[in-house]
Design a protein around this ligand. Sequence first.
Ligand SMILES: NC(=O)c1ccc[n+]([C@@H]2O[C@H](COP(=O)([O-])OP(=O)(O)OC[C@H]3O[C@@H](n4cnc5c(N)ncnc54)[C@H](OP(=O)(O)O)[C@@H]3O)[C@@H](O)[C@H]2O)c1
Length: 262
Amino acid sequence: MTKTLVAFFSRADENYFGGAMRYVKVGNTETVVSIINNLIEADTFKIEMKEPYSPVYMTCIEEAKRGIAGSLRKLNLDYIDLYLIHQPYGDVEGAWKAMEEAKAEGKIHSIGVSNMSVALWNKFVPHVNIKPAVNQVEFNPLFQQKEIRALIKETDTKLEAWYPLGHGDANLLSHEIITTLANKYGKNPGQIILRFEVQDGVITLPKSTNKERIKTNLDIFDFTLTNEEMEAIRQMDTGKGSHNPDAPGVEEHLRSAFVIED
Ligand SMILES: NC(=O)c1ccc[n+]([C@@H]2O[C@H](COP(=O)([O-])OP(=O)(O)OC[C@H]3O[C@@H](n4cnc5c(N)ncnc54)[C@H](OP(=O)(O)O)[C@@H]3O)[C@@H](O)[C@H]2O)c1
């Protein structure tokens, strides 16, 4: 399995591995570590990882330091290119200080956050020294996060999209605006969506288990959507997604649902 996955990445000319410690679990640790180390041996890959969010990790700076050390040890890495706070609850400032220190020590090259709403951003970012390099949030043409995008521009923070294809949402992939453009450019709907996102300055992390789509999802740089077409896709925004970090009960659920083993 490891070899196959590495081959997929290599053939697709992918050069970025985005993951989260929450997804590195008993049963798949060896596979993930082996993939990452194979990619690094090829010397062309950058590794993004999210902290192992758990109630313990977010309680204080010392626990956050232990989490960072654990990520490096488990992944068998000297450094991680980009390290994110996966769910911004608990002692976010303590975790951030630990990440700033790890950056100063060269253990992390860039630091960022995920799932920061406008409210969470305003509570946290004004008080930190190093501003987040990225905020990874749900984003696709049906949920364009206009407020948070405008806000993070002020600190030159990049928006990274999770669910960039709406998690395979048929309402998105078969939307008339998208399918019309797919026909015009001889591309599939997923390629039109990803082209829109990249052309609009968003970093996308599409997922596919299909070998052909892994390749075609990268084949989006030989055409350009016109300003009118970009604007038409911008108008598809419904302002609603699947995850609202501020909704009642979400913090409690996320802080209690996952326990990461050392
Ligand atoms: N930070 C966070 O809290 C957070 C939360 C959720 C997800 N994420 C991350 O976001 C990334 C993407 O999430 P996701 O995989 O659920 O959503 P996604 O990339 O938006 O959608 C993936 C789905 O789209 C299909 N697909 C892929 N390429 C396609 C194409 N060209 N045309 C039509 N369908 C296509 C895939 O099916 P096939 O496999 O059959 O191609 C799969 O069902 C993941 O790496 C995930 O870990 C982060």
